[in-house]
Design a protein around this ligand. Sequence first.
Ligand code: FE
Ligand code: FE
Ligand code: ZN
Length: 295
Amino acid sequence: MDLIIGSHVSYKNDTQLLGSVKEAISYGANTFMFYTGAPQNTKRGMIQDEITFQAYQLMREHHMDLENIICHAPYIVNLCNDEKFDFSVSFLKQEIERCEQLGITKLVLHPGSSVGLERNHAISNIIKGLNIILDNNYNVIICLETMAGKGTEVGKSFEELKFIIDHVNNKSRIGVCLDTCHIHDAGYDLNDFDAVLDEFERVIGLSYLKCLHINDSKNEKESHKDRHENIGYGCIGFDNLIHIIYHKKLEKIPKILETPYIEKEYPPYKQEIDMILDKVFNEKLKEEVIDYYQR
Ligand code: FE
Ligand code: FE
Ligand code: ZN
């Protein structure tokens, strides 16, 4: 399998990276993305190197490359916010140290939401924070995620991300994670993805693209909603997503599914990965997922 594909998986304090690798293998994936704890809080446990080494061993057996594994920072971290700024910076510094200890080189981060602040002030906080966080000799690259523009989210256009990148001193440590649901919801037309990719190349530069989040969207283009849908079941559609997943220029970039569980209970990733490898839309996917886990 040349395609580098996986999904978001869980990370539990007792099984750590080993548990995440096992879950990814159960989906037939060759990469994955995880949070170092619950995505909605910042409680984090100690990393045990013995478990990490077991995870590496299993990854080797399954031809998973550590370079393609993604960590996602919790979404309550917000560098825009004046009051939460010191906390967010110190949390992200520790998150980078955790990634280093695990050997992970890519950390996805939502740029933040400006909420009550003036937009320029919020963006300058993000830049200030990133420059503090990246002022060290670690290897981890922070990948700013393209956002849907829900509420006051920063990062809903390539230009906004480019502005931040331009002001980050340590350019080798900053990148972008492109989320298909988010850019569609932000107003980019995925019926003409080649034009979108050209625009990305022109505005930011393809060398900054480090990760792809592959999701369909429950809503129309430019809806600014950010509600993910299973592959082929939403407004982006199967053919457009397959075109993106198999795009020649994106061959080396890890592709991560963050599509919703079926009936909030059953992970769809094994069946979605099968369908993506088949390149044929499976209109029975949701039923098959339920059958698979109830069997
Ligand atoms: Fe995200
Ligand atoms: Fe995402
Ligand atoms: Zn999203």
